[in-house]
Design a protein around this ligand. Sequence first.
Ligand code: GLN
Length: 510
Amino acid sequence: MSDLTRLSAGGLAERLVAGEVSSVEATQAHLDRIGEVDGAVHAFLHVDAEGALTQAAEVDRRRGRGAVLHPLAGVPIAVKDLVATKGIPTTAGSRLLEGWVPPYDATIVTRLRAAGLPILGKTNMDEFAMGSSTEHSAFGPSHNPWDLARIPGGSGGGSAAAVAAFEAPLAIGTDTGGSIRQPGSVTGTVGVKPTYGGVSRYGLVALASSLDQAGPVTRTVLDAALLHELVGGHDPRDSTSIDAPMPALVDAVRGADVTGVRIGVVRELGGEGYQTGVRARFDEAVELLAGAGAEVVEVSCPHFTYGLAAYYLILPSEASSNLARYDAMRYGLRVAPDDVGHGDGPSAEDVMLATREAGFGDEAKRRIILGTYALSSGYYDAYYGSAQKVRTLVARDFAAAFERADVLVSPTTPTTAFRLGEKVDDPLAMYLNDIATLPANLAGVPGLSLPSGLADEDGLPAGFQVLAPATADDRMYRVGAVLERLLLDRWGGPLLDRAPALPGARGVPA
Ligand code: GLN
């Protein structure tokens, strides 16, 4: 039954509804696939086989009794390891939270469970979602299924790798500066950062609260819309949650047409610094959309140039404040130092210091120090204050661009997947991965990434990003669905069918 893992979530859901396959069979097929290939991919930090099969059996029972179920009921899913899951360990990729088992579910998880999606396990990530490669995970990196020597993106590389390696048809990611879209781009999968406030943050380990947003990681645009509609919508437990109906996303995909849609190519997100093959696939995709009746215009967002600098002041500032809760008293790790240099035994401060020293990795420490500095008196106006002003200018650039275009488009990332180890010692090079994705987080607007093809020079996936105004998430699904259809026609099948077989997969030596 291993072919069950090749189906889209929507396709699998149809077979479940038709009674051709049970959720237990579908869930077991994915657990088997995880058993075969995850030794090589390392997408998962924790696999909950028993829990997933119990949930699957329950859905099968309810379906057998004729209950009316959610369209995705019975389709298994993987969840990024910073989403609180009751009874299932949640580490956020950090030693500091190793062994923490949340006593409650995040709202997203409550909704997944209520709809009957068995949770396969928790996916690997850069520590506290800081990074673009999963190399900052305390538990070792994930590998890109297209080339195991390369990064699967980050911070949510585990979710993207799981979906690209057919270990899960669906996954949940979070995107603070690009952590859903950049992994999507480099693994040939679809990733969506919803409008800020569109999906509840209740129960998510916070990185930068004004930027964080959870969303779907899938292999098709329709699957992303199905999952987005399921987890999105108002949540009274999140004070930043939008208290208004979500636009119809699945309908936007199903009836998708781009006739007369104004597509704005962002001048500042392209050109120099973007890999030739990434640019070529992007230009072809824009031509395809124009051929389908879209009106293509060029727009300029001059302040995007300062977006990266502003982001790397605002994010560390918020992170330094959010991560202050890891004080060795309330959750996770507690290290008692032996030798404290005074005779009274360790004080609370000594324990806090030793715990943070041992528990946080280098990148987390770097950002805590940077953020604390940027917020300190005397420097606050010069750094944090200036960054906030730039943030406003970026939002104004979006507003002006959306006067001239219904959606904006760009390559999702400047390059295809780089090699593991290539940038891990060069933070600035690592940060540049998010140059095209982070403006959306600064402004709170939604972004979708879908594969645009393989770059000629390395044969690796490139990504196409569609951005829409806040709360108009349906627009990016409409454009994404049309482009996906045109590209599938051109390729003659899904891009991921061209990815190499993984070691451990049936018929392939481990
Ligand atoms: N790579 C970016 C960073 O390191 C984005 C992270 C994210 O979206 N969580 O901050």
